[in-house]
Design a protein around this ligand. Structure first.
Ligand code: UDP
Length: 357
C-alpha cells in the first residue's frame, strides 16, 4: 500500500516522526511525504527533520504565510495535482491545521481514502480555525485514529461510529518516550544556554491566534508572565506569530527570558526540568503531563479535558487577568494524580498495523 502523508506545521513533524518510523518497519507499506510549507524556516521546520530523522519530503510546496482561505485553497489545488500525477492508496493527515484540511479535501474528492491521526478532539469552540479543520477532516475520513476514549465519544456524538474508528493512544506520547531517551535531553544543555536551573523556572509558550490576535488577551498574558517572572524565572520560546504581534512598548521583566523557538529535544529538556508550564499549545499541555509537570493553559477550553480532570492542567481565561495569575500560582504549587492517560507508547505501531491490514 502506498501512502501520501501530508504535513506542514511543527506539531505534525513531531507526530509524523514516530509514525513514519513505524510505517517504514511495517511490511507492505510505502510512504511519501508532502510538506506544504505552512511552517517553513529552520527553527519551525528544518530542525525537526534533521533532529528526528524524518525522511526528506518527496514533495515540497511553498504555501506559507498567507490568510487561511488563500493558504488552504492553494494547498488544496497543489495537493490535488500530486494526487492526479501519482496514484496513492491512502492519504494520511495529522491534527487540525490548514494542511490537514487541505490534504483531506483534495484526497476525498479524488476518492483516495483518508486516514486522520488525532481524530475526535473537540474544543466545542467553532471560532477556532483548528476546530473547523478537525470537524471537517473527521467527517471526510475513511479511517479515524483517536488518542483517547473521550475522542471516540465525541465522534459518536456526531454520528461517527463503526469499525473504521480506532482508539490507538497518542502518538505524541510515543514521541516523548522515544526522543525523551535521547542523550541530549538528559544533558539538557539548553538550561545552561538560557541561564536557568532545574526545577527553578516556569516554561511558557504562546501562539494560538485567539490569544495573539486579540490585543487585550495578549496584553493580559504578557502581564501575567511578567508577574510570574517576579517570582520565578520564566523561559518563553516565542513562536513567530507571537513575535509579530508583540506590542512595541512591551517591557519584559529581566527574569522573563524570551528565546527563539527551540528544537524538540531542547523542548523536551526544558519541559522535563520545569517547575511548571504555562501554555496555549495543545501538544505542550500533554507533554507537561508526560513529564509530570503541572500546567496552566491560557485558553477558555481545552480538547484534552482528562488533563484538567486529573489535576495536571487548569484553564485560565486570557480575558481575565486574575485567572491567569491564579492559574500560574496553582500550577507552581499543585500536582495532579498519577494515572495513565494516553496509551502505552505504541500508538504509531498500532496505526501502521491497521493501515497495513
Ligand atoms: N515545540 C518545540 N519547540 C518550541 C515550542 C514547541 O519543539 O519552541 C513543540 C512542543 O514540544 C510540541 C509541539 O511543538 O511537541 C507543539 O506544537 P505547537 O505548540 O506549535 O502546536 P499545537 O500543539 O498547539 O497544535
Amino acid at each position: 500500500m502506498k501512502i501520501l502523508t501530508v504535513v506542514g506545521a511543527r506539531p505534525q513533524f513531531i507526530k509524523a516522526a514516530v509514525v513514519s518510523l513505524a510505517i517504514a518497519d511495517a511490511p507492505g507499506l510505502t510512504e511519501h511525504l508532502l510538506h506544504t510549507g505552512q511552517h517553513y524556516d529552520e527553527r519551525m521546520s528544518d530542525i525537526f527533520f534533521s533532529e528526528m530523522g524524518i525522511p526528506e519530503p518527496t514533495y515540497r510546496l511553498n504555501v506559507g504565510g498567507s490568510s487561511h482561505g488563500a493558504m488552504t485553497g492553494q494547498m488544496l489545488a497543489e495537493i490535488e495535482q500530486v494526487l492526479q500525477k501519482e496514484s496513492y492508496d491512502c492519504l494520511l493527515v495529522y491534527g487540525d491545521t490548514n494542511s490537514t484540511l487541505a490534504g483531506a479535501l483534495a484526497a476525498v474528492k479524488l476518492h483516495v481514502p483518508v486516514a486522520h491521526v488525532e481524530a475526535g478532539l473537540r474544543s466545542f469552540n467553532k471560532a477556532m480555525p483548528e476546530e473547523i479543520n478537525r470537524i471537517l477532516t473527521d467527517h471526510v475520513s475513511t479511517t479515524l485514529f483517536c488518542p483517547t476514549d473521550i475522542a471516540v465519544e465525541n465522534l459518536s456524538n456526531e454520528g461517527l461510529t463503526g469499525d473504521h474508528i480506532h482508539q490507538v493512544g497518542d502518538v505524541m506520547y510515543d514521541a516523548a518516550i522515544r526522543f525523551g531517551a535521547h542523550p541530549s535531553v538528559a544533558r539538557a544543555a539548553i538550561l545552561n544556554d538560557v541561564g536557568v536551573s532545574p526545577g527553578e523556572y516556569m516554561l511558557a509558550t504562546i501562539h494560538r491566534a485567539e490569544n495573539t490576535d486579540d490585543p487585550t488577551r495578549l496584553e493580559n498574558i504578557l502581564n501575567a508572565l511578567n508577574w510570574a517572572a517576579e517570582r520565578v524565572a520564566v523561559v518563553l520560546p516565542l513562536h513567530p506569530r507571537t513575535v509579530s504581534k508583540l506590542p512595541s512598548d512591551f517591557q519584559p521583566h529581566i527574569n522573563l527570558k524570551i528565546i527563539e523557538p527551540v528544537g524538540y529535544l531542547d523542548m523536551l529538556a526544558l519541559e522535563r526540568n520545569a517547575k511548571a508550564i504555562a501554555t496555549d499549545s495543545g501538544g505542550v499541555q500533554k507533554e507537561a503531563y508526560f513529564q509530570r509537570v503541572s500546567c496552566v493553559t491560557f485558553r477558555d477550553q481545552t480538547e484534552w479535558v482528562e488533563l484538567v480532570e486529573t489535576g495536571w492542567n487548569r484553564l485560565a481565561s486570557p480575558s481575565v487577568s486574575e485567572q491567569l495569575v491564579a492559574g500560574i500560582e496553582s500550577a507552581l504549587n499543585e500536582k495532579g494524580c498519577d494515572v495513565p492517560l494516553y496509551g502505552g507508547g505504541d500508538a504509531a505501531q498500532k496505526i501502521a498495523r491497521i493501515l497495513a491490514n
